[in-house]
Design a binder for this molecule. Structure first.
Ligand SMILES: [Fe+2]
Length: 367
């Protein structure tokens, strides 16, 4: 369809919106497809009642039990999102894990430690992504209590985003990826006297335990382009324009076939007088949207704390809360750290997640 306009549109999206009016973006294919910007007298988030199951959701994951078992939160045929916790242990024999159901993306929300793999040792700390390709054996050795958000990719393998016109060193440099260190692992295992004698394999959602008499982490060398790696949020250089608010897709960190993972990080706010400084109201028509609040001050939302997770299914517009719009005036920077998972197909909610839902969240856009 060709471009067309009526009435009094803006020349540039997210900019030059007349005082007292609101812009709503309606777009296909997650900010990459056909898109229109509607200028409205009031935000479309001013619903006074919602009848039926579709609504915005907010969950307080801090209230979930701290279990080493993976607790599934949301899922569809291409992705499952879990929360898990692990603690330091004094055991000399360890159990490793292997997931035959998909690539894993661990995001460390709290804690620090090491990950032992057949490719070598990786380390993690809060804000770290760990990409663990499907079926690679790995074993966490926490130094402190650790909490992960886990994004399991059923239908494809994690890839870097298309870097397009910004080149190969933005928004993160390949050299910033944490690579497994085989020698450090061999030294760590012998110094600590650790052995990995069990591997729990998850296949079709069911565990099977493989036992061994000798430590399975016995690789003496390897080569190739399939291996686990890490990326810390501190090593992502967020793209921005000082003149106009860029869409969430500018913050894509990992791409899968049917979903993307984006990182929202501290950055200066737009400087142009007439630039929108909070996320625009929008209907991301083809995608369900999950946002995990990791740390910092969440400037587009009211009454939020770290460890919460919002879920905005497709079907209605969303955007900043009224208080955030009012408060943005004197701010020059954002200080938020959040992980977004945008999924092409609708997500289902696990019952345990419903137990930590904030029931009145749908009212939070009311003045
Ligand atoms: Fe959104």
């Amino acid at each position: 369809m060709h471009h067309y306009s009526q009435g009094e549109p803006t020349r540039q999206g997210h900019k030059g919106i007349a005082e007292g009016y609101y812009e709503e973006e309606q777009g296909l294919l997650g900010f990459f497809g056909p898109v229109s910007h509607l200028i409205k007298k009031k935000p479309s988030t001013r619903w006074v009642e919602i009848e039926g199951p579709l609504r915005p959701h907010m969950y307080d994951l801090v209230e979930l039990p701290k279990s080493p078992q993976w607790q599934r939160l949301l899922y569809n045929r291409s992705v499952s999102i879990y929360k898990s916790c692990c603690e330091p242990s004094s055991n000399a024999t360890l159990r490793a894990a292997r997931d035959a159901d998909g690539d894993l993306l661990y995001f460390c929300h709290k804690g620090s430690g090491r990950i032992l793999t057949e490719y070598g040792l990786l380390t993690y700390s809060p804000g770290q992504y760990i990409v663990m390709p499907k079926c690679l054996t790995h074993c966490f050795v926490p130094e402190e209590k650790t909490e992960f958000l886990i994004i399991e990719n059923h239908g494809s393998h994690y890839q870097e985003p298309d870097r397009g016109i910004v080149g190969r060193h933005a928004p993160y440099d390949i050299n910033a990826l944490g690579k497994p260190d085989l020698q450090a692992q061999q030294e760590f295992l012998s110094k600590q006297g650790l052995e990995i004698l069990e591997v729990e394999v998850k296949h079709s959602g069911r565990p099977t335990l493989f036992r061994y008499r000798e430590c399975i982490m016995d690789t003496v060398g390897w080569k190739g382009d399939l291996f686990p790696y890490t990326l810390h949020m501190d090593h992502i250089m967020p793209l921005m324009s000082h003149r106009v608010h860029l869409p969430p897709s500018a913050h894509t960190t990992f791409v899968a076939r049917d979903f993307v993972v984006c990182s929202f990080l501290p950055r200066p706010l737009e400087q142009d007088e007439d630039a929108l400084k909070v996320p625009f109201y929008h209907q991301n028509i083809d995608y369900d949207e999950v946002l995990f609040y990791h740390d910092g001050d969440f400037f587009s939302r009211d009454n939020l704390h770290a460890g919460m997770m919002s879920f905005h299914p497709a079907g209605f517009p969303h955007g900043p809360h009224p208080k955030a719009v009012k408060n943005i005036g004197g701010k020059t920077h954002t200080n938020e750290y959040a992980v977004m998972i945008d999924t092409r197909w609708p997500l289902s909610v696990d019952p345990q997640l419903e137990s930590v839902e904030l029931a009145d969240y749908w009212k939070s856009w009311q003045e």
